[in-house]
Design a protein around this ligand. Structure first.
Ligand SMILES: Nc1nc2c(ncn2[C@@H]2O[C@H](COP(=O)(O)OP(=O)(O)OP(=O)(O)O)[C@@H](O)[C@H]2O)c(=O)[nH]1
Ligand SMILES: [Mg+2]
Length: 202
């Protein structure tokens, strides 16, 4: 449930970018930081990194203006995708309101995508949340690699692997080019706010 401050009339929702190591979560946030200047309300914080690997999390605050007199803020986070940071991933997911699952289109990452989605499912469950109920968007990232003749998974295959039961809204993307990043974020925010309104009885 979102963090609601009745006195100050502020609502804070948390959106987490989840997915296997190197799928492009941090790259999504970097693009959002550069491209949504109007909505971004502070610096992007990358808490502990090693090269381009996230060891803890990335954080980016955004403001969406007012809804029903409440100042609505969205906090974007990424988890560290590497398998060994399991407990940090779970911690970042605490009190999550919406999730973007970033899948890697590389053929060699097929199994990693599936395992990471299972890990998300399990971690949500441990917080009493359901992957079928939480606002969720799936992003099939790195589509640009196909143009360089690097083997990528057909979208149909990725949808079958990851989304045949969930049937979440999904977007092809290239986070390095910024393609599909905005639509992914906007859809996740839309679903998250819909769910918030429902919870608030609005
Ligand atoms: N070609 C291509 N490369 C990408 C894309 N998105 C990310 N990358 C590259 O993939 C590498 C990993 O990207 P990150 O954004 O750091 O991945 P991450 O998901 O944050 O990884 P962890 O922090 O380890 O979980 C970087 O070298 C990125 O430049 C994309 O859409 N296309
Ligand atoms: Mg990262």
């Amino acid at each position: 449930m979102a963090n609601i401050n009745l006195k100050q009339r502020e609502i804070e929702v948390k959106v987490v970018y989840y997915g296997p190591g190197r799928c492009g979560k941090t790259t999504n946030l970097e693009y959002i930081f550069r491209s949504f200047r109007k909505q971004v309300t502070g610096e992007m914080v990358s808490a502990q990194t090693e090269g381009d690997r996230t060891l803890f999390f990335d954080f980016l605050p955004m403001g969406l203006g007012k809804i029903k007199g409440y100042d609505v803020r969205v906090h974007l986070y990424t988890v560290p995708g590497q398998v060994k940071y399991s407990s940090t991933r779970k911690m970042v997911l605490r009190e999550v309101d919406g999730v973007v699952f970033v899948a890697d289109s590389l053929v060699v990452r097929r199994e990693k995508n599936i395992l990471s989605l299972k890990d998300l499912h399990q971690n949500l469950k441990e917080y009493g949340l359901s992957i079928t109920k939480i606002p969720l968007v799936i992003q099939h990232n790195k589509r640009d690699l196909g143009e360089q003749n690097i083997p990528i998974l057909p979208l149909k295959q990725m949808e079958h692997d990851l989304n045949r039961q969930l049937k979440a809204p999904s977007f092809p993307a290239s986070a390095v080019k910024g393609e599909g990043v905005g639509p992914t974020l906007k859809m996740c925010i839309k679903l998250t706010l819909q769910s918030l309104k429902k919870q608030m009885g609005w």
